[in-house]
Design a protein around this ligand. Structure first.
Ligand SMILES: Cc1ncc(COP(=O)(O)O)c(C=O)c1O
Length: 336
C-alpha cells in the first residue's frame, strides 16, 4: 500500500504535495487513528517517529533557568539526551525518579515518584514530567493515569508528557481518560506494534498546550499564525507515504480480528512465554503479569555478563529473535 502512495507521489509530485494529494489521505487516516487512541481527531498530528514527537514537546516549552524536567531512570535515551541539551542551553535541572526492577506492581513506580516529588526543594518550578506508557527495557506497563494525577496533585502547573512509543497496538490508549488524569501530551509510534511502515507516529496534545508546540522541523508552511495541525502536517518536501499507509495498517489489524482480539492474543502469548521461560530457567519474570507488556521478559541467572551478549548474538543469527539484555540485582555478582 505504501508503494502505491509512493507511485502516486512520483507520478504527480505537484498534485501530491498540493491539497488533494497526501493531505487528503491523512485527513481520512487521522480520525481512525484518533478513534483508536480515544482522542478527538482535531488534537492528533502525524510524526515521523516518537523521537521527533518527544523532541517537539521538550524543545517547545519556554524553559527558564532552574526549571525542573522530571524523568524516570527507565526513560528511553532520547529523553535524557534531549534533557542534557536543554540543560546546556537553558540551565534547567533534570531530576530522575529511581525505578528499579524487578518491579512488584504499580507501586514500584508510584512510591518512588511520590518520594521524589516530596523531596524536591521548594520553591520548585517543575515544568515537565515524562513517563513511559510502556517502557522499552525492562518492559512494563506503567500506571500512567495515577502517575499523572500524582504530579498534578503536587505541582498543578507542571505538564505531563507520556512516551507511548510502544503503546499503539500493544495496549489500549484512552486519551480522554488520560487527559482527565492530567496528561497534556502523548507521543506514539506506528512502526512498532501497529505494524505501519517506518516513519509513522502520532502526537496528541490537549488544547491547552497546542499553541506552544512546534514540530521538530519548522517548515516553509509554518508562519506564525499557522494552526497546530497545519504546523505538523507539512515539515518540508519529503516522503509522507508512511503516514498515509497507517490506514492500511489499521485495515490489516481489523482483518485480523480487531484491536481487542489482537491485543488479547499477543498479551496472553507474551505472558505465557514469559512464565514458561522463567520456569525453565528457575527464575522470575521481571515484572508481574498484571503489568507485563508484550515483550517477553524473564530473568536468566548468569555469572558472566559477556554470556548475555553471546546468547543474544546466537538468537538473532539463528532465529531472528531480538534479545535485549539488562542487569538486574546490580549489587549482586550475577549482573547480566
Ligand atoms: C520507550 C521508547 N521511546 C521512544 C523511542 C524512540 O522511537 P523511534 O526510534 O521510533 O523514534 C523508543 C524506541 O525504541 C522507545 O523504546
Amino acid at each position: 500500500m505504501q508503494n502505491r502512495f509512493i507511485d502516486e507521489q512520483e507520478a504527480q509530485p505537484t498534485a501530491w504535495f498540493a491539497s488533494g494529494g497526501y493531505q487528503k489521505v491523512i485527513s481520512e487516516v487521522r480520525p481512525r487513528l484518533a478513534e483508536m487512541m480515544g482522542a478527538n481527531a482535531t488534537d492528533v498530528v502525524f510524526l515521523d517517529d516518537a523521537s521527533s514527537g518527544l523532541n517537539a514537546v521538550l524543545r517547545s516549552l519556554p524553559w527558564q533557568p532552574r526549571d525542573v524536567l522530571l524523568l524516570t531512570t527507565a526513560a528511553y535515551a532520547v529523553l535524557p539526551n534531549t534533557g542534557a541539551w536543554l540543560k546546556r542551553r537553558y540551565n534547567i535541572q533534570i531530576v530522575q525518579v529511581e525505578v528499579s526492577f524487578p518491579a512488584s506492581g504499580p507501586e514500584s513506580f508510584l512510591d518512588p515518584l511520590e518520594q521524589t516529588l516530596r523531596q524536591l526543594p521548594r520553591p520548585c518550578r517543575l515544568r515537565l514530567a515524562v513517563f513511559d506508557h510502556v517502557s522499552s527495557y525492562p518492559p512494563a506497563i506503567l500506571p500512567v493515569s495515577r502517575l499523572a494525577k500524582m504530579v498534578k496533585a503536587w505541582f498543578p502547573d507542571a505538564l505531563v508528557l507520556l512516551d507511548g512509543a510502544h503503546a499503539l497496538g500493544q495496549v489500549p490508549i484512552e486519551l480522554g481518560q488520560l487527559e482527565q488524569a492530567g496528561v497534556d501530551a502523548y507521543v506514539t509510534d506506528g512502526h512498532k506494534w501497529l505494524m505501519a511502515p517506518k516513519g509513522s507516529g502520532a502526537l496528541w496534545a490537549s488544547r491547552s498546550v497546542q499553541d506552544i508546540l512546534e514540530p521538530a522541523i519548522i517548515s516553509s508552511d509554518n508562519s506564525p499564525e499557522t494552526t497546530f495541525q497545519k504546523r505538523f502536517d507539512y515539515i518540508g518536501t519529503r516522503d509522507y507515504s508512511s503516514w498515509c499507509a497507517m490506514g492500511a495498517a489499521l485495515d490489516f489489524r481489523r482483518m485480523l480480528g480487531g484491536e481487542v482480539r489482537l491485543q488479547r492474543y499477543t498479551s496472553e502469548l507474551a505472558k505465557w512465554a514469559g512464565q514458561m521461560m522463567a520456569e525453565a530457567f528457575g527464575t522470575e519474570t521481571v515484572v508481574p503479569v498484571s503489568i507485563c507488556s508484550k515483550f517477553i521478559e524473564s530473568e536468566i541467572s548468569l555469572t558472566d555478563p559477556a554470556c548475555a551478549g553471546f546468547i543474544a548474538e546466537g538468537l538473532i543469527q539463528n532465529y531472528s529473535m531480538l534479545v535485549i539484555s539488562f542487569g538486574l540485582h546490580t549489587n549482586s555478582s550475577t549482573d547480566a
